[in-house]
Design a protein around this ligand. Structure first.
Ligand code: NDP
Ligand code: HSE
Length: 444
């Protein structure tokens, strides 16, 4: 990699949509400060897009539809990729890294599937690979995990990493409206995309969870390793049941160290330690700091042995907030080029195995409509005992001729819980299984 010593750093921008437009604006508005901070001017060499006629906001002479040629140009030192998706981003970034050009990307989908080959290419040429904007938008989170906490032992990362679903769940909580009604409102206000699948089905959060787990636990975790449940099945009844218990429903990404390798466990690890990486809706106490994260904001809790608990909070999406994270990375890679430095490489030495969700115990809240007569509670409790699911708390409220029965369990596996609920749903005294949802936070 050549040293620059005051020569301009030439940047190729791949994509100029919501994020890219703001990257160009910040680079232009802050040109003088950036030059001073980097030690050399940072200049846009070209911008690759699909439809150049649509981009009146940037100088026409910078636009091209030939991203490949732009990446290969001798006039380019750094690539900023804000196209999104797997291809052509993957091929373009591999070519750039192999040619020794530093890469900054906001592309969580790509990193969650192909980080191994991207890091290999980065290692082979010594070019930097930075991706702070890929998780939680503006919030400085990946650099703290990758660098600031590199001397500690992180035990757990839990957070709200998808703004669209948090906006929908917050809306359902405050209005009592259904999932479908609130999604419609989110789409009308421009929070949810025209095709909201990646957000509401948890794919976006699962990609982010894979990236967080890889960095926190020095292991390679891909999106396919992440247990994923979205919010489409969260009902107004679930939200109301949570409220009645002083809880609120959030879509959580949870990455934690767990014991692994027991007698009935197919996965083995010499040190008996693995990781659980999962995305699912869960009830958390309204007193929990994550419960007061509303709208499109993101927040992530990190627990480490020596540092203790930390929370990172801020705007997890949007053009300008995400561009802030991109610019931070751009300054870092530009400084490295000017001063012959090198950013952190992949750290996957721990290679901790991911424990399958079927073997991961979590706690559950179950709400039932039952007949209000003698012996009902004991029939229900017997089914829990039969499946070895231990009950932590029970609350019953009688109505005229039936009752609402709320049960919170101790930790149980999905399989045990599912067979318990199936059997309970078939009991003649149970009129309806109103809500079944995971519980996170302290015991009730
Ligand atoms: P947009 O859809 O708004 O922009 C994508 C851009 O890529 C467009 O300018 C489009 O060109 C261009 N593009 C698409 N395909 C090609 C191609 N084959 N060759 C060249 N250019 C292409 O996306 P965003 O700005 O919202 O997102 C960009 C990245 O940032 C994604 O990885 C996303 O996950 C990530 N991100 C986004 C956040 C957000 O809030 N939006 C937050 C955090 C991360 P054209 O305009 O001509 O169609
Ligand atoms: N669609 C994402 C969200 C954008 O709603 O959080 C940020 O990655």
């Amino acid at each position: 990699m050549a040293s620059h010593e005051g020569k301009p750093i030439r940047v190729a921008l791949l994509g100029c949509g919501t994020v890219g437009t703001e990257v160009v604006r910040l680079l232009t508005d802050q040109a003088a400060d950036l030059t001073a901070r980097v030690g050399a001017p940072v200049q846009v060499a070209g911008i690759a897009v699909r439809r150049p006629n649509k981009h009146r906001e940037v100088p026409a002479e910078l636009l091209t539809t030939d991203a490949e040629a732009l990446v290969a140009s001798d006039d380019v030192d750094v690539i900023v990729e804000v196209i999104g998706g797997i291809e052509p981003a993957r091929t373009l970034l591999l070519s750039a890294l192999r040619a020794g050009k530093s890469v900054v990307t906001a592309n969580k989908a790509l990193l969650a599937e192909h980080s191994a080959e991207l890091f290999e290419a980065s290692d082979a040429s010594g070019a930097d690979l930075y991706f702070e904007a890929a998780v939680a938008g503006a919030i400085p989170l990946l650099r703290p995990l990758r660098e600031s906490l590199a001397g500690d032992r992180i035990t757990r990362v839990m957070g709200i990493v998808n703004g669209t679903t948090n906006f929908i769940l917050s809306g359902m909580d405050s209005t009592g409206a259904s999932y479908a009604e609130t999604l419609e409102e989110a789409t009308r206000l421009g929070y949810a995309e025209a095709d909201p699948t990646a957000d509401v089905d948890g794919f976006d959060a699962a990609s982010k969870a894979a990236i967080l787990a890889s960095l926190a636990f020095h292991s390679r975790v891909t999106a396919a390793d992440v247990h994923r449940e979205g919010i489409a099945s969260v009902s107004a009844a679930d939200i109301a049941a949570a409220k009645a218990l002083g809880r609120t429903v959030k879509l959580l990404a949870i990455c934690e160290r767990v014991p692994i390798g027991g007698a009935d466990d197919q996965t083995t690890a010499d040190d008996g330690e693995g990781i659980s990486v999962r995305v699912h809706p869960a009830m958390i106490p309204t007193s929990h700091p994550l419960a007061s994260v509303h709208g499109a904001f993101n927040a992530v809790f990190v627990e480490a042995d020596a540092a203790g608990e930390m929370m990172f909070y801020g705007q997890g999406a949007g053009g300008a907030p995400t561009a802030s994270a991109v610019l931070g990375d751009l300054v870092a890679v530009a400084r490295n080029r000017v001063h012959r430095g090198r950013g952190p490489r992949e750290s996957a030495y721990a290679a901790l195995p991911v424990r399958p969700m079927g073997q991961t115990p979590t706690r559950y809240h179950i709400s039932l409509d039952v007949a209000d007569r003698a012996g009902v509670l004991s029939q229900v409790a017997a089914v829990f005992a039969e499946h070895d699911v231990s009950i932590a708390a029970v609350r019953q409220e009688g109505r005229v001729d039936d009752a609402s029965l709320v049960i919170v369990t101790h930790a149980a596996t999905d399989a045990a819980l599912r067979s318990t609920v199936d059997k309970i749903g078939g009991l003649p005294v149970v009129r309806e299984v109103v809500s079944v949802m995971r519980v996170e936070g302290e015991e009730i």
